[in-house]
Ligand binder design. Structure first.
Ligand code: SF4
Ligand code: SF4
Length: 196
């Protein structure tokens, strides 16, 4: 079995390790500080909140619920998102839909955002593209703020939907219009259409 010989000689350690590396690090810090102070080098620190960082389009931030073309909630209260949620922070109460083709709808749909770990499993599990994680990453707030996102809030997040824009259209609907995507799907998916 291999082993590493660690010197316990404090004098040797001081000379070869602690002191030299500490001074080296200190020198590096002072040099960067001076360069940025005198504007010789661009700072890499973002001046939040005046300057916002631009994350990738694939960034998974706070959730929103999508709507069907008729303006109704797309969610069919199947509980797949809640079942797959590792933080168990999705709470759904299902009701009977008046639309026979849909069967169920969420009477209540809540996400306890403080428990959420933003894993995206809910988005992945949803068979009808009803729940998405949007680009919002700034969620700081005060304790008295409401941290349980309700169905109405998730459905009508104008600021997020503005950012998402045209992407609000269901990916599944887009795919069903795309012949190349449809031709690559097994028959079982082709026959199910958009699910509505
Ligand atoms: S992102 Fe993950 S933790 Fe958050 S609600 Fe969805 S499944 Fe749960
Ligand atoms: S959001 Fe999607 S996965 Fe969750 S209950 Fe609604 S339809 Fe099912």
């Amino acid at each position: 079995m291999g082993y590493i010989n660690v010197s316990k000689d404090p004098e040797k350690s001081l000379k070869n390790g602690y002191l030299s590396t500490t001074l080296l690090g200190l020198g590096q810090t002072i040099s960067v500080f001076a360069k940025q102070l005198f504007k010789l080098e661009e700072s890499v620190t973002i001046q939040w909140p005046e300057v916002e960082y631009k994350y990738s389009e694939r960034f998974k931030g706070a959730h929103f619920l999508t709507k069907r073309p008729d303006g109704q909630v797309r969610c069919t209260a199947c509980f797949l998102c809640a079942t797959n949620c590792p933080a168990q922070c999705i709470n759904i109460v299902a009701g009977q839909s008046s639309d026979n083709g849909i069967e169920k709808y969420p009477v209540r749909f809540e996400i306890d955002i403080l428990r959420c770990v933003f894993c995206g499993f809910c988005e992945e599990a949803c068979p009808v593209d009803a729940i998405r994680l949007g680009p919002e990453y700034s969620m700081a707030g005060l304790p008295e703020q409401k941290w349980v996102y309700t169905k109405d809030y998730l459905l009508n997040r104008s600021e997020i939907k503005k950012q998402v824009g045209a992407k609000q259209v269901s990916k599944k609907e887009e795919n069903t219009k795309d012949a190349s995507v449809m031709s690559s799907l097994p028959n079982i998916h082709k026959s199910s259409g958009s699910g509505h």
